[in-house]
Ligand binder design. Structure first.
Ligand SMILES: Nc1ncnc2c1ncn2[C@@H]1O[C@H](COP(=O)(O)OP(=O)(O)OP(=O)(O)O)[C@@H](O)[C@H]1O
Length: 580
């Protein structure tokens, strides 16, 4: 009951916007059924009239009507296909869109625990498996039940005895088909699971191809894929055998139906109880019974098969982000002050990554963050953008507690440029605007000009139209960051967090970077995870982290002048040697 409520609410949600088309589809379905029931009656009339040697004109009229209605029936089928495809595509695409935005909104912890390939299977594979469910399942199921009842009623009308026999036949067929379905469906569900596992792992492997090759993992990955494929093959064989047995059993059952129709029709005709036309009618209607029986069974099988997909999709939609939406007021425009008060954070229970950290940064100031690898610098950046929530303490931005700020506003006002910028396999323009077509080229060029990057973009083969590969395609990590700076600049946030590329920059990129960072930080608060001396020198304050704890924190100039300071020692040893 609970399950079917879930199915119905899903159907309701995605079919409601198209209710006119659904209604039209239902009307067409029932009209089609009416035609299917009427057409054999014309043939019966035709046969009996012909045998009785009645007027040719009447027979011609009956023949003409038969042809016209048969043509109309085919036409209705075409229109029904058009509408059901339309409804199916529209609803599944809307569901895909919802799933994508839902997944993108889920916290990083969720994404860490779910393979990309698995999510793709959910968003595409499972939703595709639900196509029939949305396109016409309910309407088709109901209309075929009505068709079956209609045929039985008409058979009773012709002869009570034949009606009764055929009713028993239908009950027997439903019983057998149900048994077969119970046997076949679990095999199909198992097959889908094996497929999902295979594609989930394949997606992961293709996504990490560089690391896999660099670490000599190709053979191991291939072996794992072969293992998954080996599980897939027997599942496929079992599902195919089940489908085949269902098919042959159905042919056998319907042969029994035909034999019954012929047998009873023949007996009744030889006793003079019914006409030849009626024998034809009985045979034709019995043939017609097989179609709704087959269709009802196909739809129920499909429902059962897509049931697993529906449940998985429902569960995904029900998954709540561990990061709760902020319900307070939005951040003001302009540079934002930052206050961190005794914060703690762990990715996993018991492993403290940020430990009792406090600091204060005035609006418009720049904080340089230093620390060895694994000291918690990136984690701090993630906490300031709420990719994760702190477990204790308080982070306030411009006086607002971070978890009270509406998420969209926070992400717009606090921009984060990661060390490894993700680029799309798209034009430079789309990479800069995140496919937002409302941002004009003029605005982009102005931003590029402001940041001193106009010439650089001009020097790319097709300027803004240059297609980039998703792995950066020829751009260095530093150049990819330059693009990310423009993305941020176009957003105009009040605080910029920058995790500098740790790889060595060539002098030209380094120059461009310096100019662009200057422009980016103008009138904004900055936090830069520093890997270069120039960056340290542009900071007003310095925070040195060690194993998630504050090792040193204070005014940069004062720390540089203090010979005993960590910063001083660090700079003497050489920032690259210590922090790279
Ligand atoms: N998603 C994660 N899940 C679990 N542990 C993580 C995760 N990300 C980082 N860590 C762990 O948290 C600690 C701090 O990592 P973090 O990336 O913040 O350090 P970092 O100072 O930025 O290092 P780097 O300079 O190498 O980027 C490390 O021990 C790291 O292994």
């Amino acid at each position: 009951m609970k399950k079917s409520n879930g199915y119905l609410s899903l159907l309701g949600k995605y079919l409601k916007p198209q209710w006119r088309q659904v209604l039209l589809l239902a009307i067409l379905f029932f009209f089609g059924i009416g035609l299917q029931l009427v057409i054999p009656q014309i043939l019966k009339f035709f046969i009996d009239y012909a045998r009785e040697g009645r007027a040719l004109e009447t027979l011609l009229k009956a023949g003409g009507l038969f042809m016209a209605l048969s043509f109309l029936q085919q036409l209705v089928e075409v229109v029904v296909t058009y509408f059901s495809q339309n409804i199916g595509w529209k609803s599944t695409n809307a569901l895909r869109e919802d799933l994508v935005s839902h997944c993108l909104g889920l916290n990083m912890g969720f994404h860490k625990n779910h393979l990309t390939g698995e999510l793709i299977e959910r968003i595409d594979g499972d939703v595709t498996a639900m196509f029939n469910f949305f396109s016409n399942l309910l309407v088709e199921l109901l209309s075929h039940i009505f068709l079956m009842l209609g045929v039985l009623i008409l058979l009773y009308r012709e002869n009570g005895y034949i009606g009764l026999v055929m009713t028993f036949f239908v009950v027997f067929a439903v019983f057998v088909l149900k048994k077969l379905q119970r046997m076949a469906v679990p095999r199909h569900i198992e097959l889908r699971e094996k497929k999902t596992n295979y594609y989930a792992f394949l997606g992961e492997a293709l996504g990490n191809i560089e690391d896999i090759r660099a670490n000599g993992g190709v053979v191991k990955i291939n072996n794992k894929l072969k293992g998954l494929f080996r599980e897939w093959v027997p599942a496929n064989v079992k599902a195919s055998i089940a489908s085949m047995s269902m098919y042959t059993s159905k042919v056998f059952i319907f042969a029994i139906g035909n034999a019954l129709a012929f047998g009873i029709g023949g007996i009744l005709w030889s006793k003079g109880i019914i006409t030849v036309g009626t024998v034809y009618l009985i045979f034709h209607y019995t043939e017609m019974l097989s179609a709704p029986l087959r269709e009802i069974q196909r739809q129920l099988t499909d429902l059962q098969k897509s049931g697993a997909s529906i449940e998985r999709v429902e569960n995904l939609l029900k998954t709540q982000s561990a990061i709760v939406e902020g319900m307070g007021s939005e951040l003001p425009k302009g540079a934002l002050a930052l206050e961190i008060n005794k914060i703690h954070f762990s990715y996993e229970d018991g492993v403290v990554v940020v430990d009792d950290l406090s600091l204060k940064l005035e609006a418009g100031k720049v904080l340089g963050v230093l620390g060895r690898t694994g000291s918690g610098k990136t984690t701090l950046a993630r906490l300031l953008t709420r990719f994760y929530d702190i477990s204790q303490g308080e982070i306030c931005i411009s006086g607002h507690r971070i978890n009270s700020i509406p998420m969209k506003n926070l992400r717009n006002q606090v921009a984060y440029v990661t060390q490894e910028v993700q680029l799309f396999n798209a034009t430079v323009r789309d990479n800069l605007t995140f496919f937002n077509t409302n941002i004009t080229d003029e605005r982009i060029w102005n931003a590029l000009d402001d940041m001193g990057l106009k010439q650089w973009i001009d020097s790319l083969p097709q300027g803004l139209d240059t297609i980039l590969a998703s792995d950066g395609g020829g751009l260095s990590a530093g150049e990819a960051q330059l693009l990310a700076f423009v993305r941020v600049f176009l957003k105009d946030p009040g605080m910029v967090i920058l995790d500098e590329a740790s790889s060595k920059l060539d002098p030209i990129t380094e120059n461009l970077m310096e100019g662009a960072i200057d422009k980016l930080l103008e009138g904004r608060t900055g936090m830069i995870i520093a890997h270069r001396l120039q960056t340290v020198e542009r900071a007003d304050e310095i925070l040195i982290l060690e194993e998630g704890k504050m090792k040193e924190y204070g005014d940069r100039v004062a720390l540089m002048e203090d010979e005993e300071s960590q910063l001083n020692k660090l700079l003497q040893t050489g920032i690259k040697e210590v922090l790279a």
